[in-house]
Design a protein around this ligand. Sequence first.
Ligand code: ADP
Ligand code: MG
Length: 809
Amino acid sequence: MKLKDTEIEKIKNWIRILQKSLTLEFEAEFTNILGKEKYFNEFLYDSLKNISNFRLSEENTNDIKKFSLRYQEYNNLDIYQRKRLVIDTRKILFKLSKTIESSPISKTLSNKLISLNSDIQIINGVGKVLKDNLNQLGLFNLNDLIKYYPRTYLDYTNKEKIVNLRPNNLYTCSAYVKKFYIYKSKKNNNLSVMNIIVFDETSSIKITKFFLGRRFRSYSFFSSQKEKYKPGVKVAISGKVKTSEYGRAFVDPQIEIINDNNLMNFSGKILPIYSLSESISNFTFIKTLKKVLPFVIGYQDFLTENQLKKLSLFSLSEALKNIHFPNSQLCLAESKKRLLFDELLILQIKFLLKKNRRKLLLKSDFHLKRALLDNYLNALPFNLTKSQKNVLEEIKIDLSGQNPMSRLLQGDVGSGKTIIAIASLLYIVERGNQGAFMVPTEVLAEQHYQNLLNNLNPLFLNVELLTGNTSQKKRREIFRNLANGQVDILVGTHALFEEKVIFNSLGLVVIDEQHRFGVSQRNRLLKKGENSHLLSMTATPIPRTLALSIYGDLDASQITELPPGRKPVKTEIISEKNLKDLFLNVESEIIKRKQVYVVLPLIEESEKLNLNSANKVYEYLSKEVFKKFNVGLLHGKLNSIEKNEIIELFVKNKINILVSTTVIEVGINVPNASIMIIYNAERFGLSQLHQLRGRVGRDSYESYCYLVTDENNTSTNKRLEVLKKSNDGFFIAEKDLELRGPGQILGYKQSGLPDFVLDNLPNNKFLIDKAREEAKNILKEDPHLEKNLIIKQAITENLNNKYTHDFFN
Ligand code: ADP
Ligand code: MG
């Protein structure tokens, strides 16, 4: 069978994308990661099935199809089976790439001119073994290699002798190994600790490195490390020097073996360190890359000379060269800035295009028979705040317009977003369409559902609740009535994503606590309608920088005030031994008929983590401290009936103290609760604590939040102090971003952003505005990107996202 060049290219491309997703899943330790559109296993199932689109031998096709089927079962496999499957898939794809390459035609391909798409084998010195190893990393052509940016750098420009090292500074030293030992931590079952003593002609110093994860406790890992750091081996160490009672030490530095044969002259340079497999050394990789790098001239720059000047950015080729081999830290920062700009520019153009593209196809032949919205608002026991009114007006204009709304509604905890959600849903139902109200937890779904039932006349409105626990019978009924348009509003959890959920005319999707969902999930729900409106709500204010890079396709509204009469929650940081005194206060509050939340990081005791658990604290509080009162226990392992019972008892004040895990974090609304006690507060992120704290202070009564921690280090204190000082969710989120970095706050699952962007954005906040502005300029002059073909190509092919998590479309 003869394959055409273009066919071979297509297959290779197909293989490349698959290999990349396999690599990512591997790195994510087989957790079935979520891409833009699909979960890893769905993506593999679908893509592998597509093998039949290529003209390949029946044998090859059938082999691969078998693999496709196995991905259907992926969720049921344990981690070892998953690993096996991923490795086997890699192998078979690898084999396939070999067979198509050995066809005579592709040989002639490589005689053509070298381009960025040329196979790496074209490079002098890349033999079969190295090629195979690079392929394993998902690197096939020159472009792949150039866009494989370093994981980190060793800065040899600040080189020092050991004797001169001062604590709390960053240094690089070259030294020799004197002693090596590695052991399993006794305190933490997941941790290994490696110590190396190194020396130079001036002195010696200890290096300590921590390895977290079971695989680092194996005998083979220990012996491989021992082999690596034999006495006498020369190493370069780069990192921070700290002091402890045992003297100075490098703690968790970068360590690189300096091999005299590798002729590497580090001094005064910044050495790139790549994520590589055991079979390729950093040195080999650098050597290969140096041969490839001259081809950077093959990239066409997105930006013209003028734009570069205006934005004061490096040219693309300059940036690509310097991201690998920077001459200085400044040069490195500039290169990152330029590459980040490109990512952001493409992202913003995508967002703007997406915004322009959507058109509305909803039913509009409605007869406004049911005055649902006005009746609802009139029946409320209070007036909307000014801010709520403004937001609702904005939304109403959108909902009656020609283009589908895509709106992000931000408002601090307790600012009254639920009412806006319900009002919007009613407005769309009045117009003859259906609404979906999507929430992250069952408890919250139930609460919203009840809220709708209680406030509306069931004669005029049919609301249903769908969660993972809805019975089969009820489910069938709901599906039927959704499809024939009988159900007006469907409230539910992730269950709404199910394929069987088919709407008759889905007009509006409301997503509550939207930071709990991925971008792909929201799109999946939207696809159930034909260009439905979207209202996405969040109380975890997203710092502006991030908001623009993630939700650039959404318009934003904000509720800027809390309902009148609210008092800021008084927040204290206390240690566990002071709890006894606190419990006395709690008692007097309960006697005044007020209620209390007690939140814990775990359900059950864990040997590994020295933390308080909900079970234990529940026992303690119910049987010892608060025997006189009713104490309830709530956590994710209860079934939905049990959960609802507990919540209902709490709502009715039949439970005085609710001991809970973070299942109460989002949305729960029991305004009578006035005390929140959070154990092991150091374990939670700031925004999360702010959310938890938002469960109290929901009426005009004075309320309190106690952050309990026994950790007494400056960073914990600094973090918790932020909460004590501020009640402003935006301020807290910005601090959280500063202290923990965006990756921690959003994780790529939510953000869908490339790591490269996540890592570099905080230091380049201003770039996002520039990119947005430039994207607007470009689209204004060239709305269909007919002149900016390279940009168009980057968008369609995701070329610029080579190792982003963008591989699912
Ligand atoms: P969140 O924005 O955190 O979702 P909720 O929608 O749960 O907040 O509202 C918090 C509480 O404030 C609820 O008890 C709600 O009834 C009440 N509320 C909402 N809007 C107003 C208002 N305009 N005036 C007084 N209370 C309000
Ligand atoms: Mg809410």
